[in-house]
Design a protein around this ligand. Structure first.
Ligand SMILES: Cc1cc2nc3c(=O)[nH]c(=O)nc-3n(C[C@H](O)[C@H](O)[C@H](O)COP(=O)(O)O)c2cc1C
Length: 194
């Protein structure tokens, strides 16, 4: 199963449309998937309480992430799409990534050694970031802000798609080559997980 997540506040926006294109490719490859729009879920940012260290899942909050955890555990593929907000991922995507902290096991040393319970299962991820400005500098840290934590959690980053120069809601639908690129990456991800 491939879990496809986007973190835009805009329903029908560019991230939403790009996610659908990725999923066209996943469906073409015959893989099962779930689409998640983070704005449809209510969840807290990580409180840093460290209860998950004992409980092995977040027990501080019963919220939208409680619904997403089983999907994350089940899925071997992850597609994560964010619009660029202030040179970074959106607050939804940042909070989502921080709430994956419960998948780490930590040792008692200082600094604590760590490993991820999502690692070692051949998980792969595709990440994409969409910015209004044309210059790649305006992507800021959006791609590394997804790549670094997902790699630490045990995902191989199969592909990264930076998208520049799009502002209006859903205007990406007019850029067939981008949708085709996403469809191809979605298909490749699904085939790479077979
Ligand atoms: C709060 C906010 C911050 C933004 N910051 C940036 C930015 O730093 N660089 C940029 O190129 N575009 C920025 N944008 C523009 C969005 O990335 C752009 O409109 C994108 O296409 C939105 O994608 P969506 O339709 O999926 O929400 C920002 C938009 C908002 C609302």
């Amino acid at each position: 199963m491939i879990l496809a997540i986007e973190g835009s506040p805009r329903k029908g926006g560019n991230s939403h449309t790009l996610l659908a294109a990725f999923l066209d490719g996943v469906a073409e490859a015959g893989a099962a998937y779930r689409a998640v729009h983070l704005r449809d879920y209510r969840f807290e940012p990580c409180a840093g309480c460290e209860q998950c260290r004992r409980d092995k899942i977040c027990t501080r909050f019963q919220d939208g992430m409680t619904l997403l955890y089983p999907l994350i555990q089940e899925a071997r593929g992850l597609i994560l799409v964010t619009p660029v907000h202030n040179y970074n991922v959106t607050a939804w995507v940042k909070a989502f990534i921080d709430r994956l902290y419960c998948f780490y096991d930590f040792a008692d040393t200082r600094p604590r050694g760590w490993s991820s319970r999502l690692a070692g299962a051949g998980r792969k991820a595709v990440i994409a970031a969409i910015a209004e400005q044309e210059d790649p500098e305006n992507l800021g840290v959006a791609l590394p802000a997804m790549r670094l934590p997902l790699t630490a959690l045990g995902y191989e980053i199969a592909a990264e798609l930076p998208v520049l120069g799009l502002f209006d809601r859903g205007v990406i639908a007019k850029h067939r080559h981008l949708l085709d690129q996403a469809r191809d990456l979605g298909r490749d991800l699904a085939q790479g997980l077979l």
